[in-house]
Design a protein around this ligand. Sequence first.
Ligand code: HDE
Length: 716
Amino acid sequence: MTTTIASGLEKARQAAQPALSKDKKTADLSRDTVDAHTSEPQTTDHGIRIQNPDNWLKVASDRKTGPSLLEDHIAREKIHRFDHERIPERVVHARGTGAFGNFTLHESAEDVSHAGILTDTSRNTPVFVRFSTVQGSRGSADTVRDVRGFAVKFYTDEGNWDIVGNNIPVFFIQDSIKFPDFVHAVKPEPHNEVPQAQTAHNNFWDFVYLHPEATHMFMWAMSDRAIPRSYRMMQGFGVNTYTLINKEGKRHFVKFHFVPKLGVHSLVWDEALKLAGQDPDFHRKDLMEAIENGAYPQWDFAIQTIPEEKEHDFDFDILDATKVWPEELVPLRRIGKLELNRNVDEFFPQTEQVAFCTSHIVPGVDFSDDPLLQGRNFSYFDTQISRLGINWEELPINRPVCPMMNFNRDGAMRHRISKGKVNYWPNRFEALPPAKAEDGGFVSYPKKVSGIKNRTLSEKFRDHHTQAQTFYNSMSEHEKSHMMKALTFELDHCDDPIVYERLAGTRLAEIDLKLAQRVAQLVGATIPDKQLMPNHGRSAKGLSQTEFPPEKPTIESRRIAILIGDGYDQVAFTGMKAAIKAAGALPFVIGTKRSPIYAQGQAPETSDGVIADHMYDGQRSTMFDATFVPGGSHITTLSKNGQLRFWIVESFGHLKALGATGEACDFIKQVLGKALDVRLASPTSAETVEWYGVVTAATPKPEGFKEGFKEGFQVA
Ligand code: HDE
């Protein structure tokens, strides 16, 4: 007996239900989720079963292929659907990836907000988070130097709340009217559409010079923050100033923060550049891999609040998105936890169609007069219309989990069917009445407004250098050196002398003369001889990423390569692999081939050997956080292989932990040669860090050694 299509689909729908206990959003999405891996036959979009999906209907015989018939409605439907698969990509943040998770609150913020999600510690609020780069197109590489988007959609019981943030706490411009100019300048240049996903070109640096307000942000963008190791290892910042309203109607200004439990970590520029070609999906895969392995990324959710009456107590304007609120003045209050624990089922309907809006707020949260936020509140709604159409909020990923009902109607692709005789308010049935504030109705904060209509910002918006200097002063020596190199790389890609002359000779000389001089020398600009603005010499907390180690020492979810060939030491290999797994990290066996590899003393007749996860030519050291080489006679083979030797050298150069036992110790020492001696002989503090990256053990026993390896790994 054949099943009907309807019951088949129902079965498919059921099969697609995630095994996880369903939160409200998961349950909601399951209404629209089907399993495509079913044995039910294919159908057309109008539901008839397709008998032959491989051949267009033709007038043909055994001997002759005749004309294809336009009559073939099945083939035409297939091609026509394909022709229209693409929608416009996001004008910025086109490249991204997302995941589901949950938000929990451990400390009520009822003193500052009456929002349910910020006061009810028993709630488990479903979330969808999308991380992104800003400049590149949808197919661009993950590891480019760029700001990362960190957009969170909370499906709260009172409606969706979106925090559409970045991994850097400030922004390039102060007024949203400048955004189109900024984005045009940062994107590929108009005459040749070059370069892709990079700020390293004339127009970006020209814009930055002409907007001194961008100085603070470009210093952040040249820091290691702009090349994160993983989306899981970066902070999230709401950037804009919002407000919170409590039960008594009192208003606080607020900034939102997410602090990763794994700590903040970055790639080094050389790794980032190589990975962009070797594995353009590096961050996307990293997030999926961690979630699949149960290493759910977590962030502390924190708020900084300032009572309304203190708005003007600071020497910067708290509504200026080019400024941070120094933690010394406004401490961070960690009140909740964000966890990502489920990958998407299908990229397009979820990650691509998700639409965030800064204006999506819930009662207890409100806007401020932050001029960047005000413009964003218009832009995000507007842009979704060209991407997704007017009914974008009906899409499964975007719809709220609380009751949603109003008289917005019609428009292209309307999906919902609203029963009833009226579609307006007020109506004779009193259908869909307004909600009182005490029943959750959203009430805008009754702020008194007065002033003169004009196009200016307050006086304090004009200080563009104090915080840029503080940021630079707060960097560790190696962070400063990375910034110098980043600036040099960028300006080296600018071929218009006016661009690199002005940037090095003016903007950088306003921040730090030594930095300006070094960059100018390297990029061929006139070397400035005076600091253009006195550096105040102050530094601040929370700016250097060295202040964000993991919450607890861990190598959880780190990728560790184990290099082997025929003749590897089995005891060291199995011991270390098990130790890596037990520590929650991910061991990858990289072999000289992906067919069986035999340990020392083993033979095909007596053993199945080990099948490597990958062969060395398909991988690079850049794709791993650490490398282990067990001893054994395979070292004779490995040491003759130029690419494996380079693997060791490259890994060492990127300050990664290298572990070795037995014969592999000499191999590593010999490959690293003088580089290793130099570091051992004169370990300056920066070099000590590099030296710690290498741990070797003379005997092939992983016990005792693995702790050192792990430690070296953390320090590096
Ligand atoms: Fe955005 N931004 N933005 N932005 N932004 C968009 O909205 C815009 C700004 C951010 O994963 C667009 O849906 C203006 C700051 C993220 O889907 C668009 C201004 C911050 C994402 C838009 C800003 C952001 C976007 C393009 C200046 C950090 C990706 C597609 C006033 C706090 C969200 C879309 C996702 C996306 C406008 C500045 C973060 C065009 C006008 C500051 C994370 O609406």
